[in-house]
Design a binder for this molecule. Structure first.
Ligand code: BYC
Length: 331
């Protein structure tokens, strides 16, 4: 149904050269691929993996910030944080819906998150220890997310690209509210500025890790770029983020916790950019594989929410079945 190929004796789909070539031609011509179009099985699987991981990141991403809703320092801050966390729930839902168009169910994706088979962004396995962390998350985490997601608005798969347009609009408000929290703290008392510096110290490196491994170690980038699912490589986007963010840190009067950071006028084809120190890749893989400070708590919280929400899903299904029964009886 979703791909066009011959089923071999081993039950695997074999896609003809001609089919793969015709598909690539559509991609090269910037045509959008829609759910009912024929597509290579690898394209479909890559999208399910990436969109599913993205949806899970939005949903798990509600937890570190949700932790501060009851402790926001003013009514204005509380209203903004509440709206941001709700937006993230909405992003997760658009993304699950986009993945469902590829023939995977929400239950399957949720099961894969809970079993640890499906990943979500490493960044959400770090704890939020102070109010300044909420500022740092908005500024750095949403800032990194925007850098990665703007090109996804041009992703070759229609439903994902369209979901990203709305998501990016909301993310830019999130980034602004985070930067504004940082600015307020940095213009406040010395203790408040120290809190902001401490949050930057803890979130800088994990934010850089959000872009994924170096291009040479990225298993999926080459094919995803060929299929125009990704438009830029992990390292290209990370560099753009660093170049945009370092001046913002300078404006705040904060120090980026990287002794090797320096301006290099030769970088970016002579336009200039920041050279940076090496990321701790052991830490990255440890966190991705489930051994970060908060991995177990995050999955336990999601499992609990899923189990406690079972009655809502059952009631909605029972209501829908009853309505359907009434409609059928009336016909
Ligand atoms: N964390 O070959 P690679 C947000 C995995 S949330 C965990 O480069 P790819 C927000 C990768 O999945 C932001 N895992 O992969 C929400 C792969 O493993 P599998 C979420 C990572 O897919 C609330 C393996 O490492 N954004 O906006 O070509 C509050 C090899 O990597 C990570 C998205 O999900 C990581 N950081 O590139 C605030 C954007 N990095 O699947 C904000 C959409 C890599 O083979 N996703 N891995 O087992 C993408 O753009 C791409 O999937 C990535 C990775 C750039 C993340």
């Amino acid at each position: 149904m979703y791909s066009q190929g011959l089923i071999g004796a081993d039950g695997r789909t074999e896609e003809s050269e001609a089919f793969l070539e015709a598909f690539q031609k559509r991609i090269d011509a910037e045509e959008k691929i829609e759910p009912k179009d024929a597509m290579p099985e690898g394209y479909r699987r890559t999208l399910i993996r990436q969109i599913g991981q993205h949806a899970h990141s939005e949903i798990v991403g509600m937890l570190p910030e949700g932790n501060w809703i009851t402790r926001a320092p003013s009514l204005k801050r509380k209203a903004a944080l509440l709206a941001k966390v709700q937006d993230e729930g909405g992003h997760g839902l658009y993304l699950y819906a986009a993945a469902e168009t590829l023939g995977v169910s929400r239950e399957q994706m949720t099961e894969e998150l809970h079993s640890g088979k499906a990943k979500y962004s490493s960044i959400f396995n770090y704890p939020t220890l102070s109010w300044a962390d909420i500022g740092a998350i908005g500024w750095l985490v949403d800032g990194a997310a925007i850098m990665n997601q703007i090109p996804l608005c041009r992703c070759s798969f229609g439903p994902y690209a369209r979901a990203m347009i709305r998501i990016c609009k909301e993310e830019s408000f999130h980034q602004r509210q985070g930067y504004e929290i940082m600015l307020t703290l940095c213009r406040g008392t010395p203790e408040q500025k120290e809190m902001a510096q401490d949050a930057l110290n803890r979130f800088w490196w994990p934010a850089l890790m959000m872009f994924g491994p170096h291009d040479k170690d990225s298993a999926h980038s080459e094919q995803s770029m060929k299929w125009k699912i990704k438009r830029f490589s992990n390292d290209q986007l990370r560099q753009k983020f660093i170049d945009a963010t370092v001046p913002q840190a300078e404006y705040l009067g904060l120090t980026v916790p990287d002794p090797d950071l320096r301006w290099d006028p030769e970088l970016n084809d002579g336009k200039g950019g920041y050279r940076h120190g090496e990321i701790d890749w052991d830490e990255f893989w440890r966190v991705v594989k489930g051994d970060g400070v908060m991995n177990r708590d995050r999955i336990a919280a999601r499992r609990k929410a899923w189990e406690e929400g079972a009655w809502v899903r059952e009631a909605a299904l029972a209501h829908a079945a009853k309505r359907e029964g009434r409609r059928a009886a009336a016909e």
